[in-house]
Design a protein around this ligand. Sequence first.
Ligand SMILES: [Zn+2]
Length: 423
Amino acid sequence: MINDFLSSLSISGQALKMLLRGPYGNKAWSHGEKNNKRKTLNHTSGYALKQATRTYIYILTLCLFTVLLISGCMPYTRGIMKHNLVRVAVVCGVDDVTISGTQRGKLYNDYRVNLKHTFPLFFGPHSGTVTVNGVQYRGNIEMRKTGGRIWVINVVNVEDYLKGVVPCEIGGLSEDLIEAAKAQAVAARTYAYAHINQYDHLGFDLYATIQDQVYKGISAERDVTNRAIQKTAGEIMTYRNQPIEAKYHSTCGGRTADFNDAWQGKAPPYLRSIRCTYCEKSPHYTWNSELPKTQFYQNLRNRLKIIGHAIPESERIKRIRLKINKRSKRVREMIVETENNHYTIPGYHIRKALAYIGNPAGLLKSNYITIRSKGATVIVEGRGFGHGVGMCQFGAIEQARQGKSYRDILRYYYRGARLKRIR
Ligand SMILES: [Zn+2]
C-alpha cells in the first residue's frame, strides 16, 4: 500500500513539474523567439494537450490516493463511522436469556431464549426499547452462540451507548457540575472509538463492565449526563489524529500516575504524571490500613502465588522494600527479601499483590502507598483510588465547581492531546 502510494507520488511528481511549467513546456515560453515560438507551438500543441490531460488525471489520482490513505490510517473512520454503531456485550456466556422486543414485526414479550434455538438471533426495539433480563436498552439486540453459550450484544448508536455509560462512570451530577459530565462524556466517547473492533473475533467491540466501561442501558440515564453527551456530540480527544487512550479513574490522591505505573507497554506522551490537588475532598484522597505482620506476609505469599510470582514455602520472607517512581510517587517495584533471595514485583502488579489490604474482594485501592512496620503491625498508608492514570474524576468535578470548562479539564489531564469533532 505504502509502496503503491510512493510510486504514484513519483509519477505524479513529474506530472506536477509539467503542470508548473505550463502545458506547453518551458521551451515554448522561455526563449521568446517569435519564429521559433510559432513553430514550437504548432509542433507541440496536440502532444501537449494529451500531456496536460494526463497530468490532471495523475493529480486527481494522487488526491484520491491521499484521501484513501488518510482515511485508512484512522481507525475511527472505519466500521463505527459507517453507521455510528457500537456493539456492546451486555450478557456474556449464559444458558438462557429473557427478552422483550420485536422480530420481523412480531412482538415477543418476556420470551425465553435457550441453547436449543438456532443462532444468531436478532431482536428490534418495541416503543424504542428492547429488554434483556429486565434491563432496557436502546438500539437492537443480537444473540450469538460462542463457546457453547449465549452471548447478548446490544448494537446501539454510540451517543445512546454513552447515555448508559457516563452516569455509571462519574455518577449522577447536578446541573452546576455539567462541565465535569461533559469531560467524562468526551473521555468515554474517545475510549469507545479507540476500542472499536477490539473483540471482533467474538463479534463485539466493548464489554459492558469495568473491563471496558460500565454500561447499564436506559435505567442508568440521567438528564444532566444526557445533556452533557448531546452538547459534546461527536467530540473526542486525539493525538496525531488518532483517538487517545482516554484513561480515567476516581481519585489520584495528589498526583496522577505515569502510564507504566499501571500497565506495561509503550507509554503515550499525554499520559504522564501531573500534579492534581483538586481531589482533596474525595474520601479516597488519603487512607490507611493496618494488619498483623504475620498475616500480612502470609497473605502476600498467597497473592504472589496467584499472580505468578510464587516464593518457595521453604523461604521465610524477611522484609519488603518499595522503589518509588520519583515523578508520580507511585511504587515502581516491590522487592520481597527472603534469607537467600530477592524477588522483584513490578509496580503494575502491586495492586494485585496487595489486594488483601483494605478491600479483600478487589484490588488494592492504589499503588500510591508507603508501607512501614510498628511492632507486630504493618501499616499501609495510601493515596487515591484507581489506577491513577489520565483524568482524575474527583478532580474534574472540583474543577467544574471552580468554573473550569470541560475543555480546560480535558486539557489539564491529557496534556498534548487535542479535542476534535469527528463528524
Ligand atoms: Zn486528583
